[in-house]
Design a protein around this ligand. Structure first.
Ligand code: FES
Ligand code: FES
Length: 1011
């Protein structure tokens, strides 16, 4: 049928099917600012304004929109500079979203802005609560909503004609003074070295920043440490076609996958003849049609540290949702129809859902295929994907020397990454018969390498393009769906589009490994830990992707924090054992934090119990035993993800200062041990009969990158106007890494960040990079960028010196390259003469001894310096119903130098919000047949804008000497401490210990009945 729609004051005609959603029709007509995040009206990414009201276009039939006005993000402002054409520029809302850092991946941004626009049209002066309410229909998995709310309030002020403070000028009252013992920021009082970087003698302790602010006193660094605007913000705020799915190609087929209805079954026979005969079906593939190649879907460097136990298609299925067949058809409807016509004869096998049962000798075996390739201690005959035994010191002796031994069991759930952009890929043959894979991935180079044998193509005939990513959080560190589309393109010769539905995300993507964990800790009466042991039973599900490395990090990071004190500090006694077992659950994989949140739930709940049982102050007890700067990372000599371990000393550790600052901001001393504060009182001073307050803490550490393995590369080329192209294989999945990498390059090159044109990533054009994981981009890829910039800067200084010498003739001193300082787009001599970078660019490319000024850098780190943090939580508990409200989260973080306080604080806020879900509500559950109970974003609840507690971020800067700018990781550590801090606050409020998160009202209520 033919319909007419009024979109953005233009009339469009569209040929639609009766069941077509408005979302589908708008995107088919090029309105790519309207995003797909689900099919059921729950995420809000598809919101448009219908007659001025925000409406989810995925649940509205296109035909129903006839006769109404439709407005999409494309109707708002545009880039202010369009060559000779001047434009009004961005809408104030768009501008505010750019300025405040409200955009991370930007996938939800168009819908948030449209929702805010409706609010401001009806209510020009909204309260924060009204803004939160207005944004509550649009889920954001990245930001924690703080900056989007700030953006809307800022835009409202602009629209009312009020002046707003420029971003980057912190009000003085927000500055937390650094203690006197702390040194000024490195380089502040010393001249730049020739490289443009602070000298090697830079002190390690620097300044402290509250919330998003860096010290405004920093004069040395021009770009690093500044709240530069995200380099991709302007396009994202306009809803430009930046993501994988925002792409048109003639003759593109739609792919669909037939998923297993059984948790464990062998395929006796599969008949696809009827499905193949359906008009419009281009291909139906089963395991019989494609090569049988065992591989791992975990996107990791070579060699993959895990078993090769997966096939694109197999004759056995191992979980509900496993793949049975692939279909490619002219339309989605035809593909769906074909799926229904595939006839499969299954031999249903006994299934395993309990990891403990999976270890029994008579348990069914999931991987009985002869192609299974072992890694380290994996053993398919025992359903064992990985086994870890790490002994540091002598745990038995330490326990024997303890005054008291504390033992307890804990449990952590399976949870979902829930990025709003689903997994999506497009594949096609290019004009050179090379396979192009345009995909939403965190690991484009691993996709290319790992898929080559699976597809029967050499690496050189595969090109992987990574556009913008709508969130990943580890879920896209998996070679998950690229092979589906690629096999179908190989089979048909045609472009193929494949995107997961939200239900497929829940049943057939990856998740966090659930674990059961046993802690045994020996402690002296004075609070000295004499030995600490953890055993983790980890459920990897049907496949062992990331099995060894995720679970290894559970111990490697969480059990490293407490080494003991006195002689025990000199020689800690720590044990970490783990079995990672196969079950018939959907596979687990990488999820932000990478095993460490699973470790800190038991460790920090356990420490709290020990401190309270022994009558010790919980914070002093922790700090007494915590790892300190100058000490050996206890696991560094014992384990390194299956490779040779090498000793590593902790260079910087701001943990004590994090505690001091966090305590001050949350008011710990006024609240902890204060019965008046714990008793909730109404405004008239009456004690509430059921409400109790509590405050809790957790100390945490993470890692930064994987030493001696993961490599980042970068190249920079200079243009004749003095601008630069920064080409990086690193993948910005919304974190702002493209921006901080550009800032570091700009610092070395002496230009503003806006002079760097950043491109990431394309395996044909950008240097290799391991991808975005292990909190490594700023550190690993950042060092590669600095090296590339230094190589470039060396050529610029040499040419600058020559030009200045030529101009001076025989009059001036002869300048060498090392005499030249790059600053403010100029090459400057010590006596103040200068030549612009544009002059140098023209000179190099057109005038004299022509050359392309270009630099390439690579970096592999010998160390993985840990960031540290103190996480605080404040809660209110209703002891009658078990209802728990988290009122405030305060996180004080030592992530080394903060390159961009806005993007970094956005990482902390968003991470704390994801961790809050892990603490109190998120869990993936299954029935007795292995069917997922949560299949959409209604049943699987993630926090909305109007449900958030107050969030505070404090940066305690240290200077990590192994990085040119002193950075450590920031992205993952906010996942680690929220759940145990909330658990500890619950205990503080009402004496109840919950040892299995999420901490639901039902669990609290049940526990209250027994206390
Ligand atoms: S895509 Fe429409 S609400 Fe999710
Ligand atoms: S910025 Fe909101 S989903 Fe990524």
């Amino acid at each position: 049928m033919n319909i007419k729609l009024q979109v953005n004051d233009q009339s469009i005609e569209a040929e639609v099917q009766p069941g077509d959603s408005l979302l589908k029709v708008l995107r088919a007509n090029g309105y790519f600012g309207v995003k797909h995040g689900c099919e059921t009206g729950e995420c809000g990414a598809c919101a448009v304004l219908i007659d001025g009201k925000p409406t989810n276009s995925c649940v509205l039939l296109a035909a129903q929109a006839e006769g109404h006005t439709i407005k999409t993000i494309e109707a708002l402002g545009e880039h202010p500079e369009q060559g000779w054409r001047t434009t009004p520029g961005l809408h104030p809302l768009q501008q505010a979203f750019v300025e405040t850092g409200a955009i991370q991946c930007g996938y939800c941004t168009p819908a948030q802005i449209l929702a805010a626009q409706t609010l401001l049209e009806n209510n020009p002066d909204p309260t924060e609560a009204e803004v939160r309410e207005a944004l509550s229909g649009v889920l954001c998995r990245c930001t924690g909503y703080l900056k989007p709310v700030q953006a809307v309030l800022r835009a409202a002020a602009v629209l009312r004609g009020e002046d707003v403070e420029p971003i980057g000028n912190p009000p003085p009252e927000l500055a937390i003074p650094a203690p006197e013992s702390w040194q000024p920021r490195p380089g502040e009082d010393e001249p730049l070295t020739e490289s443009g970087l602070p000298g090697a003698s830079a002190p390690t302790r620097t300044s402290i920043m509250p919330r998003i602010w860096v010290s405004s006193a920093s004069k040395t660094w021009q770009q690093v440490g500044k709240p530069e605007l995200k380099v991709d913000a302007v396009k994202l705020v306009q809803g430009k076609p930046a993501f994988t799915a925002d792409f048109e190609r003639r003759g593109m087929l739609i792919a669909k996958v037939l998923h297993s209805p059984h948790a464990h079954a062998r395929i006796r026979h599969i008949d696809v003849s009827v499905a193949r005969a359906v008009p419009g079906v281009a291909a139906v593939l089963t395991w019989q049609d494609i090569p049988r190649v065992a591989y791992s879907t975990a996107g990791q460097s070579d060699p993959i540290p895990g078993p090769l136990d997966s096939f694109s298609l197999d004759h056995k299925v191992r979980f509900v949702g496993d793949r049975v067949a692939f279909v490619a058809a002219e339309t989605e409807d035809i593909a769906e129809q074909a799926l229904k016509l595939i006839v499969v004869d299954y031999e249903v096998l006994p299934a395993l859902f309990d990891p403990a049962q999976a270890q029994q000798p008579d348990a069914p075996r999931l991987h009985d295929e002869p192609e299974f390739v072992n890694f380290a201690d994996s053993d398919a005959s025992l359903n064992l994907a990985a086994r870890i035994h790490i002994d540091i010191g002598d745990v038995e002796r330490g326990l024997a020397e303890a005054d008291q031994i504390f033992e307890a069991e804990y449990e952590v759930p399976k949870v979902q990454q829930a990025h709003i952009e689903p997994h999506v890929v497009i594949t096609y043959w290019d004009e050179d018969d090379r396979l192009v894979i345009r995909t939403s991935t965190q690991v484009p180079f691993h996709v290319r390498r790992q898929l080559a044998p699976v597809l029967g193509l050499p690496i050189k005939r595969i090109r992987v393009i990574k556009p913008r990513i709508g969130g990943g959080f580890g879920g896209k560190q998996e070679v998950l769906i690229e092979d589906v589309a690629a096999h179908l393109t190989i089979a048909t010769g045609r472009p193929v589009y494949f995107e997961y539905t939200r239900e497929q995300e829940f049943i057939a993507a990856r998740s966090r490994h659930p674990m059961r964990i046993r802690m045994v800790t020996g402690v002296k009466r004075d609070g000295t830990i004499t030995a600490n042991a953890m055993y983790a039973l980890s459920d990897t599900g049907a496949y062992g992707c990331h099995a060894l490395t995720v679970t290894g990090n559970t111990g490697h990071k969480a059990m490293a924090l407490y080494v003991g004190d006195g002689v025990y500090r000199q020689s800690p006694n720590i044990r970490f054992y783990a079995d990672v077992v196969y079950t018939n659950h959907p596979p687990a994989g990488a999820f932000r934090g990478y095993g460490v949140p699973q470790g800190f739930w038991p460790v920090e709940r356990h420490m709290e119990k020990i401190a309270r049982t022994l009558g010790l102050d919980p914070i002093e007890f922790r700090l007494k035993n915590a790892l300190r700067a100058g000490e050996l990372h206890p696991f560094s000599t014992a384990w390194s993800e299956g490779r040779e371990p090498r000793p590593e000393t902790i260079q910087t550790n701001g943990l004590e200062e994090c505690v001091r600052q966090g305590k001050a901001v949350i008011g710990w001393d006024q609240k902890f041990s204060n019965p008046n504060w714990h008793q909730f009182s109404s405004s008239d001073g009456q004690a509430h009969p059921y409400l109790r307050r509590g405050i809790g803490v957790a100390l945490v550490m993470q890692g930064t990158a994987i030493p001696y393995l993961d490599m980042g590369g970068a190249s920079i080329k200079m243009n004749e106007d003095g601008s630069f192209n920064l080409l990086i294989g690193a993948t910005d999945l919304g974190t702002g890494s493209d921006t901080v990498l550009a800032q570091m390059a700009a610092e070395v090159l002496g230009v503003p960040t806006e002079d760097l044109v950043v491109y990431s990533s394309d395996t044909d054009f950008t240097p290799f990079d391991k991808g975005a994981y292990a909190s490594s981009t700023t550190y690993i890829s950042g060092t590669a960028v600095v090296r590339a910039a230094q190589a470039c800067a060396e050529r610029i200084r040499a040419r600058g010196a020559r030009l200045l010498n030529e101009r001076a003739g025989s009059d001036g001193p002869v300048l060498e390259a090392n005499d030249i300082l790059l600053r403010e787009r100029k090459a400057i001599s010590p006596d103040g003469r200068w030549v612009s970078l544009a002059e140098i660019g023209y000179n190099a490319m057109h005038h004299e001894d022509q050359e392309q000024i270009m630099g390439v850098g690579s970096f592999v780190s010998p160390v993985a310096p840990p960031p540290f943090a103190a996480q605080f939580a404040e809660v209110t508990v209703d002891i009658k119903t078990g209802q728990l409200t988290v009122d405030r989260l305060v996180m004080a973080v030592d992530s080394g130098t903060i390159v961009n306080p806005i993007t970094a604080s956005g990482q902390i806020e968003g991470g704390m919000t994801q961790a809050l879900g892990y603490a109190v509500c998120e869990e993936m559950r299954y029935d007795e047949a292995g069917q997922a109970r949560e299949r959409n974003l209604r049943d699987y609840h993630i926090f909305q804008a109007n449900e958030m507690p107050q969030l505070d971020t404090i940066f305690v800067e240290t200077f990590e000497p192994s990085h040119p700018f002193g950075v450590k990781a920031v992205a993952e550590i906010p996942m680690d401490g929220v759940a145990p801090a909330v658990g500890n606050a619950l205990r503080d409020a009402c004496g109840v210990d919950i040892d299995a998160n999420p901490i639901t009202p039902e669990k609290i209520w049940r526990a209250l009945q027994t206390t």
